[in-house]
Design a protein around this ligand. Structure first.
Ligand code: NAD
Length: 414
C-alpha cells in the first residue's frame, strides 16, 4: 500500500471497501463514482498594480440524485481538478450519511489569497460566479465557504448570482447574518465534531470526562470543537497550527486561547497559558483523543506510527491517508471519518437554505437542538452498520451513504 495516490483515488478506495461489502457490480460503481458535471473556467483579473493575471477556477458537481448539489468553495495555491473531484465526492457521501436532501459538489480557485487585496479577491470571486452561475442555483448547486473563503466571500457570491437571477439568498450558505445567514452556522461544524466525539466515546467505552484531547488546527473547526469538548468535561492538552504549538497537561484555557488567536494573526503561537512545542510533533503528543482540524493528508505513513490516541475524530476533510488508516487499524485505534464527524457544518447549511426558502428564521437554540438530533441519529445509524458488517466506522459510514444514494438513483432511474 502506498501513500502516493491522489485524493480522488484515495476517496474511491474508501468507496470500494464499502461497495465490496454491499456487493456492488462494476457498472454501478462506475456510475456512482463518476462526477456528473465538471466546469473549468479561466478568470482574467486586473491586479492592483495594473497587470493582468489569469486564474483557474473549477466547480465539480459529483452527484445530485438526492437533491441540489452542495459544497464549499476553496481558495488555495494547491487547488487542482482532482482534489476538487475528491472533495465533491466526499460531499455526496457526507450529505447522505446525515440524510439531508442534498448531493455533493465542490469548487475552488487556484490562487494565494494571503497575497491578494480585498478588491482583487472580490473581483476574482465575482468573475468566477459570473462564469459558472448557469450551473448554480437554490435547486441546482449551492456553494458555501471552505478553506480561505468566509461569510464576506459568500455575500459577494449571493450578490453576483443575484445580478442575473434576482434576490435568491438560498443560492449560497455561510452568509453573514445580515444577509440571511443562520444563527449557529459559525460554531456548527465544531459543535458536530464534539457531539460525535461524545457518542464515539460512549460506543468504545472511553470516558469523555477528563479525557485528554489534542488538536491540529485552531481555526473555525478546531476552536469550536475544543470549546464544546471542554463544556462536556474533556481537557485540551495540546494544540498546534500553521505557526506553532502550545500544550498544558492540566488543560488549556480554551476561551482565553480563542481570544488570543484573534489578536495574534490567527495563531496559538506564543500563548502564555501553556508551554510551546514543535508544531510538527503534534500527532505524537500524549493524549486519549486526537482531532485533526486543519489540512488533508496529514495522518500518513510518516506520522501515523507515533499516534498515541485511542480515538481519532476527523474534523478536517480527508486528513488520513489509506496507509495511515491501515496503521491505525493494526494499532487498534478507532477512527471516526470526516463524512460523519464534520457533517454538522453542512447540516446547519441545510437549515440556512430551509430558512432562506421560507424567509422565516430560527433562534440559535433551535438550530443547535435540530443539529444535535441529526448528528446523534447519524452516529447511531453508522454504528449499526459497523456492528452489522464488523467493519471500521469509515466503511460503515460509506455503506450507509452508498445504500442511500444507490436507492435514490434506482428510484429515479439510472
Ligand atoms: P480555518 O481556515 O478556519 O482554520 C484552519 C486551521 O488550520 C488554522 O488553525 C490554521 O493555522 C491551521 N493550519 C493551516 N495550515 C497548517 C499547517 N501547515 N500545519 C498545521 N496547521 C495548519 O479552516 P476551517 O474552516 O477550520 O477548516 C479546517 C478543516 O475542516 C478543513 O479541512 C476544512 O475542509 C474542514 N471542514 C470545515 C468545515 C467548516 O464548516 N468550516 C466543515 C467541514 C470540514
Amino acid at each position: 500500500m502506498t501513500d502516493h495516490i491522489n485524493l480522488f483515488e484515495s476517496v474511491n478506495r474508501q468507496f470500494d471497501e464499502a461497495a465490496d461489502i454491499l456487493g456492488f457490480t462494476p457498472d454501478v460503481r462506475e456510475v456512482l463514482k463518476t462526477p456528473y458535471r465538471e466546469v473549468s473556467v479561466a478568470l482574467p483579473i486586473q491586479m492592483d498594480d495594473g497587470t493582468l493575471k489569469v486564474f483557474h477556477g473549477f466547480r465539480v458537481q459529483h452527484n445530485g440524485v438526492r437533491g441540489p448539489q452542495k459544497g464549499g468553495i476553496r481558495f488555495h495555491p494547491e487547488v487542482e481538478l482532482d482534489e476538487v473531484r475528491a472533495l465533491a465526492s466526499l460531499m455526496t457521501w457526507k450529505t447522505a450519511v446525515v440524510n439531508i436532501p442534498f448531493g455533493g459538489a465542490k469548487g475552488g480557485i487556484n490562487c494565494d489569497p494571503a497575497t491578494m487585496s480585498k478588491r482583487e479577491l472580490e473581483t476574482l470571486t465575482r468573475r468566477y460566479i459570473s462564469k459558472i452561475s448557469m450551473v448554480l442555483g437554490p435547486n441546482r448547486d449551492i456553494p458555501a465557504p471552505d478553506v480561505n473563503t468566509n461569510a464576506q466571500t459568500m455575500a459577494w457570491v449571493m450578490d453576483e448570482y443575484g445580478r442575473k437571477n434576482g434576490y435568491q439568498p438560498a443560492c449560497v450558505t455561510g452568509k453573514p447574518l445580515e444577509l440571511g445567514g443562520s444563527q449557529g452556522r459559525e460554531a456548527a461544524t465544531g459543535k458536530g465534531v464534539a457531539i460525535i466525539t461524545r457518542e464515539a466515546c460512549g460506543a468504545i467505552g472511553l470516558p469523555l470526562k477528563g479525557a485528554r484531547v489534542i488538536l491540529q488546527g485552531f481555526g473555525n473547526v478546531g476552536s469550536y470543537t475544543a470549546k464544546f469538548l471542554v463544556e462536556m468535561g474533556a481537557k485540551i492538552v495540546a494544540v498546534a497550527d500553521h505557526a506553532g504549538g502550545v500544550r498544558n497537561a492540566g488543560g488549556l484555557d480554551v476561551a482565553a486561547l480563542m481570544a488570543y488567536v484573534k489578536q495574534n494573526k490567527g495563531s496559538v503561537n506564543g500563548f502564555a497559558g501553556g508551554e510551546a512545542f514543535d508544531k510538527d510533533t503534534i500527532f505524537a503528543q500524549d493524549c486519549d483523543i486526537l482531532i485533526p482540524a486543519a489540512l488533508g493528508g496529514v495522518l500518513n505513513k510518516e506520522t501515523a506510527h507515533g499516534v498515541k490516541a485511542k480515538l481519532i475524530v476527523e474534523g478536517a476533510n480527508a486528513p488520513t491517508s489509506p496507509i495511515a488508516d491501515h496503521i491505525f487499524k493494526e494499532k487498534g485505534i478507532t477512527v471516526i471519518p470526516d463524512i460523519l464527524a464534520n457533517a454538522g457544518g453542512v447540516t446547519v447549511s441545510y437549515f440556512e437554505w430551509v430558512q432562506n426558502l421560507q424567509q422565516f428564521f430560527w433562534e440559535e437554540a433551535e438550530v443547535f437542538e435540530k443539529e444535535e438530533k441529526i448528528m446523534v441519529q447519524s452516529f447511531h445509524d453508522v454504528h449499526a452498520k459497523v456492528k452489522k458488517h464488523a467493519c471500521s466506522f469509515r466503511a460503515g459510514a460509506f455503506v450507509l451513504a452508498l445504500e442511500r444514494v444507490r436507492k435514490a438513483n434506482e428510484l429515479r432511474g439510472w
